[in-house]
Design a binder for this molecule. Structure first.
Ligand SMILES: Cc1cc2nc3c(=O)[nH]c(=O)nc-3n(C[C@H](O)[C@H](O)[C@H](O)COP(=O)(O)OP(=O)(O)OC[C@H]3O[C@@H](n4cnc5c(N)ncnc54)[C@H](O)[C@@H]3O)c2cc1C
Length: 381
């Protein structure tokens, strides 16, 4: 088939690479001029890594990224552990978005995917047996244009809290290099550091740092002297000082806004939605990129197994339970870490944290974070 993909992000590149490898003619459109090493680090969970391996992008990603074995969170004042998830015998791959992009981009190019930049796509009309993208007809169009997709009929709810993010050099620090470390003050403040390995053309080890902030407070944060905020953050977590000292301007931090929403039917005639355009969530569970990778794999399998329109239904069905479950868990857990509630962080500290230490809870948490708490793709033939 002739397949057009809108969005050259994580979902678009993965789907493009897999479908080109299966023999389809794939064109990806993106509005960017060229990808830039902006954005944060993220964690590719074991289920996502399986897809990277299938694409042939894992070797580069593993070389650039950094393996983490734990996710740990402490209440800032007491120093008590309230989140401690081990990957067991597996690991999460913490990686900068630019390095992940490069790994997928190389695989897509090797598979013969055509990439057209500086092209914004705002609609895809169905004309006869073709979906049109800016005047060109395709047998199938994949919307992989992310959380702000204008092609998806998804209903999104804007979340009250977002976060400020930055990438800095990993300094001389006592913080462990093999875990995501976070500190919380109630659910109002959250500060974290993730060791993410190196950027594409560098070897310097980097860290992504983040600071939870209500979306409506961003302007106020910008208007205040940077030193006030840094003093507040260092007060909560003195060990963050060598990371925060590298932030010298407000512009060094990027505000990320989060939405939540799930598309009931992620397909229409000759059109299918994958990744954030089909299901948006806060990154609290660290699953968004993995979900996009899994969607791409599920779609490629469905298109290999069934005729087009049946394949789109099968794709949706194969991902439905996994997507819905993680969306639900994201909606339930996010306010425990990012909200104005006093009750939820209290329950987190005194009810959920103790429970998570009693078997089989640690095992379940490991499965939840790894992404295979439920079968991620229920492939049917
Ligand atoms: C701060 C932050 C931290 C995160 N941390 C994690 C984490 O730890 N683990 C995890 O798994 N996930 C994480 N996520 C989520 C993850 O980044 C997303 O879920 C993932 O990028 C979704 O992939 P996608 O392909 O759907 O969209 P994207 O990767 O966002 O790609 C969309 C692409 O579409 C292009 N585009 C958009 N509109 C148009 C248009 N109209 N025409 C043409 N092109 C268009 C954009 O330029 C972009 O290149 C995080 C997200 C954020 C914001």
């Amino acid at each position: 088939m002739d397949i057009g993909i809108i969005g050259c992000g994580i979902g678009g590149l993965s789907a493009g690479a897999l479908l080109a490898q299966a023999g389809h003619a794939v064109t990806i459109f993106d509005k960017f001029v060229q990808p830039e090493p902006i954005g944060s680090g993220l964690v590719i969970q074991p289920v996502g890594l399986t897809v990277l391996k299938a694409i042939g992008a894992a070797e580069y990603a593993l070389r650039k990224g950094n393996k983490i074995t734990h996710m740990q969170g402490q209440e800032a004042l007491s120093g008590r552990n309230v989140l401690d998830v081990s990957y067991g015998k597996r690991f999460g791959l913490a990686i900068h978005r630019a390095s992940l992009f490069e790994s997928l981009f190389q695989a897509a190019q090797a598979a013969g995917v055509r990439i057209i930049t500086e092209t914004e796509v705002t609609k895809t009309d169905l004309i006869g047996k073709q979906r049109m993208v800016n005047g060109t007809g395709f047998d199938l169009v994949i919307d992989a244009s992310g959380a702000g997709s204008v092609l998806s009929p998804i209903q999104r709810k804007s979340l009250k809290y977002g976060a400020l993010w930055a990438t800095v050099n990993w300094p001389k620090s006592a913080l462990p290099l093999d875990q995501l470390s976070q500190k919380y003050f109630s659910a109002k403040n959250m500060i974290g550091v993730l060791p993410i390995g190196a950027l594409p053309n560098e070897t310097t080890a980097k860290a992504t740092i983040f600071w939870s902030l209500p979306q409506s407070s961003f302007d106020m944060w910008r208007d205040q002297p940077l030193e006030n905020w840094k003093a507040q953050a260092k007060n909560l977590w003195p060990g963050m000082a060598p990371f925060l000292d590298q932030i010298t301007r407000h512009d060094d931090m990027t505000m990320a806004y989060y939405d939540h929403g799930t598309l009931k039917n992620p397909y229409a005639e000759r059109l299918v939605h994958i990744g954030d355009s089909a299901h948006a969530a806060s990154p609290q569970l660290g699953q968004g990129a993995n979900m996009a990778l899994l969607d791409a794999q599920a779609l490629a399998w469905a298109l290999a197994d069934f005729p087009l329109q049946t394949a789109l239904q099968k794709y949706a069905k194969s991902r439905s339970l996994h997507v819905r479950s993680y969306q639900l868990m994201s909606a339930v857990f996010t306010p425990m870490y990012q909200s104005d509630s006093r009750l939820l962080p209290f329950l987190r500290n005194w009810f959920f944290a103790p429970i998570t230490r009693i078997p089989p809870a640690p095992w379940l948490l490991t499965k939840l974070v790894c992404g295979d708490f439920l079968n991620p793709i229920r492939r049917s033939k």
